[in-house]
Design a protein around this ligand. Structure first.
Ligand code: COA
Length: 335
């Protein structure tokens, strides 16, 4: 009889060929390819890598998703809108799943979403649907790098949720809806907004050291720093920091100053525990530089991660065994 492990830390609950996460060394690979390079192959290239097969008709799938979703009225927070729109779908092809999430994100961003252009690449069209204009080349690269970089990350909570649903023999719509619900939680998909709040509060690079020290003295955490798995800098931080380079933002110098100050202060206070920048830190800078409001950061995360969810759904189906762990009973004595 094995004992309960809170958070299931260290428990192996699946086998996957989609991504490998090396927390000690700071590496992330999609089917053997380092995450630092996947952004260069664009959304479609990264998605084909993660799925292990070509995408067929993704542009047409966006048009179908738009035709279906434009008749819907779904209220609530942007993530509730995405969840509701996706949940009401009836699709099975991965292209449709990817398209449904992208179109739902666009409807969470604006009421008057233009008709998708099937001839565009996915990142350009998603930008256009959500922002109402075509991206510049730097913006296209920025968004596709972001979507590619966050596409998969081992057995994270939303991917686990998708696999549990898939293991019951349920459909992909239900698996993706469950994953969206998991991603909606602030412990999983919700840190990039607070990173910007922090940068607003710091104000200028020369204030970074004093601000970080005061924050830690007050017992608060520095947003965008530390990670459950990584014991070094999150490799995705470098990929995203690089993608910010081509965009207009006056935040980068401030962000680097805050990151450096936080690294130094956290190293002094936790000598045995490396607390470095995580994916959220530069996600915040990148998505803001792309002109997206903070409320759209988690929906955009979903637009990339949906590819990983669908790859894991296929893997779990191939296993074909219901995921059904045990609970340790701690209630009143049973007579
Ligand atoms: N700022 C200040 N202190 C931090 C910290 C941070 N960002 N992250 C961890 N610590 C401290 C904890 O207070 C703890 O100190 P203690 O041992 O004196 O209690 C120690 O480091 C270990 O932290 P722990 O909670 O065990 O780490 P974890 O692996 O459970 O947490 C996070 C990982 C991501 C939840 C955590 O680093 C955090 O809260 N980061 C800020 C929020 C964030 O960026 N989230 C996005 C994640 S992608």
């Amino acid at each position: 009889m094995s004992a309960w492990i809170p958070g299931l830390e260290g428990v192996v609950a699946a086998r996957t060929a989609v991504s490998r996460v090396d927390g000690e060394g700071g590496g992330l690979w999609f089917r053997g390819v380092p995450v630092e390079t996947v952004g260069r192959v664009g959304f479609e290239g990264a998605a084909e890598l993660v799925l292990g097969r070509p995408l067929v008709g993704l542009g047409e799938a966006r048009v179908r998703a738009w035709e279906r979703q434009r008749a819907l009225t779904v209220g609530g927070s942007p993530m509730a809108v995405v969840r509701g729109r996706v949940a009401s779908g009836d699709w099975s092809a991965v292209e449709d799943g990817i398209a449904e999430v992208a179109v739902a994100v666009a409807f969470a961003a604006r009421a008057d979403v233009p008709r998708p252009d099937a001839a565009l690449d996915h990142a350009s069209d998603l930008f256009r649907l959500a922002r109402g204009r075509l991206p510049t080349e730097a913006e296209r690269i920025g968004l596709s790098t972001y979507l590619a970089t966050v596409m998969d990350h081992g057995l994270n909570a939303s991917t686990f949720a998708a696999r549990v649903v898939a293991s019951t023999g349920s459909d992909a719509v239900s698996a993706v809806t469950a994953a969206l619900g998991a991603l909606k939680g602030p412990l999983h998909g919700g840190a990039p907004g607070p990173v910007l709040d922090m940068l607003d509060a710091v104000g200028s690079p020369e204030r970074a050291d004093a601000w970080v020290r005061a924050e830690l003295d007050a017992g608060r955490r520095i947003m965008g720093m530390g990670h459950r798995v990584y014991r070094v800098r999150d490799p995705r931080a470098a990929a995203l920091e690089g993608a910010v380079g081509g965009l207009h933002t006056d935040r980068l110098a401030l962000a680097r100053a805050v990151e450096g100050a936080a690294e130094r202060a956290l190293a002094a206070r936790h000598p045995g525990r490396a607390l470095r920048a995580n994916v959220e830190f530069y996600t915040a800078i990148l998505l803001e530089a792309l002109g997206f409001g903070r409320e759209l950061f988690t929906p955009l995360f979903a637009a990339g991660r949906v590819v990983g969810w669908l790859a894991h759904v296929e893997e779990e189906r191939a296993v074909g065994r219901l995921l059904r762990p045990r609970a340790e009973y701690v209630g009143p004595p049973c007579t």
